[in-house]
Write a protein that binds this ligand. Structure first.
Ligand SMILES: Cc1ncc(C[n+]2csc(CCOP(=O)(O)OP(=O)(O)O)c2C)c(N)n1
Ligand SMILES: [Mg+2]
Length: 351
């Protein structure tokens, strides 16, 4: 009886005053148009990710790509909007759903595709595959297959920036499923204790493999997850690149000015299964179709660009054609590039 009584007296997580106090500091205000140039650039960048992922899906089906392959289709506005607020020296790290993050960071589509096909000129010389690519030059630190393993590493990247006296930030992306991992909270504790410039971006696509957030999680407002450590959080429409950009501007400024870590919960959705081997039977076709037809991040910009007369349908088609050309060239390259020499098995390893 006593237990039941205590339970009844517990306030709902969202009503706890400590959650609210810190979250309010991070309120971002209304979403503004980004203007013609920026929105068209976002359109092109999102489209590049979409077409690249569609091609990777096809090549997987043809047996040209093997192993794990997790597509990012539907979530493109998140990485593209965040990238627009970054500057040289900022660090990016994520999990295994990572091709979009690499392309947004400016990594070469040919090198990414050739890594997917396991070829010599892939970013990891064909030895890493989908989940294990890096580019220190572009500030991209992987590509990690263990759920949430990137969170302590991203915290370390933020520590490095502070230790060196730089005003660079670190962006650590992880999923709604990963948000329940213990190491996330150890990282939050250290980030706040040391006031690190860490932006934690929870890509809440509502599912962790075949399990919905509601089934697996005691609380679903993931932007409150820093409350115990005094880390503010914001929930963001991750399907609207304008909202992501506004949150990115706020969060990068917050961190560069020395205010410590911040959490952005991006409300987003993946259209494809968890990985290439997932038939996605845990959700209905209608659920996916509804998001696609009402909230697609690319279609939103396309409609706005035409309404505001920033571009005609023909001009938008030209952008699409250019993007397809880049992706086709990448696929061609990744199909014809040689496989690594067997002697490569003995290089890049720690003895
Ligand atoms: C430590 C660990 N546990 C389990 C797995 C298997 N696994 C791979 S992805 C995944 C789901 C993660 O979902 P989420 O964090 O929401 O990211 P999303 O796939 O939706 O992008 C699980 C359980 C793993 N790779 N690592
Ligand atoms: Mg998820």
């Amino acid at each position: 009886m006593a237990v039941a009584k205590n339970k009844a007296q517990q306030p709902a997580a969202a009503q706890r005053p400590s959650d609210k106090a810190d979250d309010d500091k991070a309120n971002k205000g209304p979403v503004a148009d980004l203007g013609k140039e920026t929105e068209l650039a976002a359109y092109r960048d999102m489209l590049l990710i979409r077409r690249f992922e569609e091609k990777a899906g096809q090549m997987y089906g043809m047996g040209l790509i093997g192993g794990f392959c997790h597509l990012y289709i539907g979530q493109e506005a998140v990485v593209v909007g965040m990238q627009m607020a970054l500057k040289k020296g900022d660090a990016i790290i994520t999990g295994y759903r990572d091709h979009g993050h690499m392309l947004a960071a400016g990594m070469d589509a040919k090198g990414v595709m050739a890594e997917l096909t396991g070829r010599t000129h892939g970013y990891s010389k064909g030895k890493g595959g989908s989940m294990h690519m890096f580019s220190a030059e572009k500030g991209f630190y992987g590509g990690h297959g263990i759920v949430a393993a990137q969170v302590p590493l991203g915290t370390g990247l933020a520590f490095a920036s502070k230790y060196r006296g730089l005003d660079n930030v670190s962006l650590t992306y992880f999923g709604d499923g990963a948000a329940n991992q213990g190491q996330v909270y150890e990282s939050f504790n250290m980030a706040k204790l040391w006031m690190l410039p860490a932006i934690y971006i929870i890509e809440n696509n509502q599912y962790a493999m075949g399990t919905s957030l509601k089934r697996a999680s005691a609380t679903v407002d993931l932007y409150h997850r820093g409350a115990a450590h005094g880390i503010p959080g914001q929930q963001v429409d991750g399907m609207d690149v304008r909202a992501v950009k506004a949150a990115a501007d706020y969060a990068t400024k917050w961190c560069r000015e020395g205010n410590g870590p911040i959490i952005l919960e991006m409300m987003t959705y993946r259209y494809r299964g968890h990985s290439m081997s997932d038939p996605a039977k845990y959700r209905t076709r209608e659920e996916v179709e509804k998001v696609r037809s009402e909230h697609d991040p690319i279609e939103q910009v396309r409609q706005r660009a035409m309404q505001k007369k920033w571009a005609t349908e023909d001009e938008l088609k030209k952008i699409d054609a250019k993007v397809r050309e880049i992706v086709n060239e990448a696929a061609e390259f990744a199909t014809n590039d040689p496989e690594p020499d067997p002697s490569e098995l003995y290089t890049d390893i720690y003895a």
